[in-house]
Design a protein around this ligand. Structure first.
Ligand code: KG4
Ligand code: ZN
Length: 359
């Protein structure tokens, strides 16, 4: 079985073709980063227009790179939520048109559920691959969300929330710090690269441990400390200072994410943990989490780095889980700005909205 997954929830038009064993046959991403850069953030209308311009070509390329045609595809999955409404609608309407024209089934996917499922994906030439068993604890750390979940099965209804950020998401914190010290957007990869050459102990800034109990996170204090430091002392004066500051910031964010994920895995007795979202591409997070898990005899499944940031393959895979459960959507499929997962970030309209929806 082959599923085509389409993702257009924010500033990436992405399409992937995935086989039912998790093998990613193709993964094509058109990014709008340079288009939004002069505005200092994603401009919704600019994003929608760019999705319209590129969606058709991105889908054609994904089919070509997988070596298949639309006739070989068994179903079409598309991100329906959460994200920018105008962007989501481009993907949803395009997927509906594909489904209508080909007669193939259509399934809508929650973007966060896509990130949660990414550890099961592997590149075409990866032969020894094993998907994480259930139940497992999953950390999703991206630009818009940071939360811990207990994943009891493959469907979105099998996911329980354990905790989430009370303010900024981890990726957002990387991005804001990067902006404050003059690195471009997205800041996560830039800080990650600089940090490789730095030494956190040489940085004059220290970051106290996250004092929040349980599985909740708070990252806004770290960002504020860096901003105050830059205000008082200016941006780093040379490459060595920049590298040391990046190393200290990365170490502080990674320490919080690792400590909370390990504690949640032990507390729930899940025994297995996974990672997802753009921040899961962070080199230090990957190695520290793996090391901490091994030290406690926990199994740790890391997604391939290509599957961490937004992509169409993860949407195809999450859609495939819905199809296997006999679920389908009709041509009345709609887009929405909020996730269906319980408790996303409380900073936005997370927990209270989710509770209201369940009432
Ligand atoms: O999942 P994603 O592509 O989009 C959202 O759904 O938000 O995540 C993007 C976020 C950005 O904040 C970016 O700075 C961060 O992931 N990111 C990283 C790395 N690569 C991407 N953060 C830290 N280290 C990285 N290597
Ligand atoms: Zn994402």
């Amino acid at each position: 079985m082959l599923v085509l997954g389409l993702e257009a929830s924010c500033d990436e038009t992405a399409c992937g073709v995935v086989r039912d064993n998790g093998c990613v046959m193709s993964d094509v991403i058109h990014t709008q980063t340079s288009l939004h850069a002069p505005h200092g953030g994603v401009v919704p209308e600019v994003a929608s227009r760019d999705h319209v311009r590129h969606v058709s070509r991105v889908v054609e390329r994904a089919l070509a790179e997988a070596g298949v045609t639309l006739a070989d595809i068994d179903a079409i999955a598309v991100t329906t939520r959460p994200g920018l409404l105008g962007a989501l609608l481009v993907g949803v309407e395009f997927a509906k048109a594909l489904s209508l024209a080909t007669g193939k089934p259509l399934v809508g996917v929650d973007h966060l559920h896509g990130h949660l499922s990414a550890s099961a994906l592997f590149a075409r030439d990866d032969v020894d691959h094993e998907a994480p068993p259930y139940p497992h604890v999953a950390l999703v750390a991206s630009g818009g969300h940071t939360a811990l979940y207990l994943v009891k099965g493959p469907r979105v209804t099998d996911v329980d929330a354990l905790g989430s950020t009370r303010d900024d998401a981890a990726g957002e914190c990387f991005d804001k710090v990067a902006k404050a010290i003059g690195l471009g957007y997205p800041g996560g990869p830039a800080i990650d690269r600089w940090a490789e050459h730095g030494d956190p102990t040489r940085c004059p800034l220290t970051f106290p441990r996250d004092r929040l109990d349980g599985c909740d996170f708070s990252f806004s204090g770290l960002k504020t400390r860096v901003a105050a430091h830059v205000e008082a002392r200016g941006v780093p004066r040379n490459e060595s200072e920049l590298a040391d500051l990046c190393a200290a910031v990365r170490a502080a964010i990674v320490r919080t994410l690792v400590d909370k994920t390990i504690a949640a895995t032990e507390h729930t007795n899940a025994g297995t943990l996974t990672l997802g979202g753009g921040v899961a591409a962070n080199r230090a997070l990957r190695s520290e989490l793996m090391r901490a898990a091994e030290a406690r005899a926990l199994r740790c499944y890391l997604p391939a780095r290509f599957a961490c940031t937004d992509n169409g393959a993860m949407i195809a895979w999450a859609g495939l889980q819905r199809l296997r459960a006999g679920e389908r959507d009709g041509l009345d499929l709609d887009a929405a700005t909020t996730s269906v997962l319980p408790t996303v970030t409380r900073k936005g309209r997370g927990r209270r909205d989710a509770e209201k929806r369940r009432e």
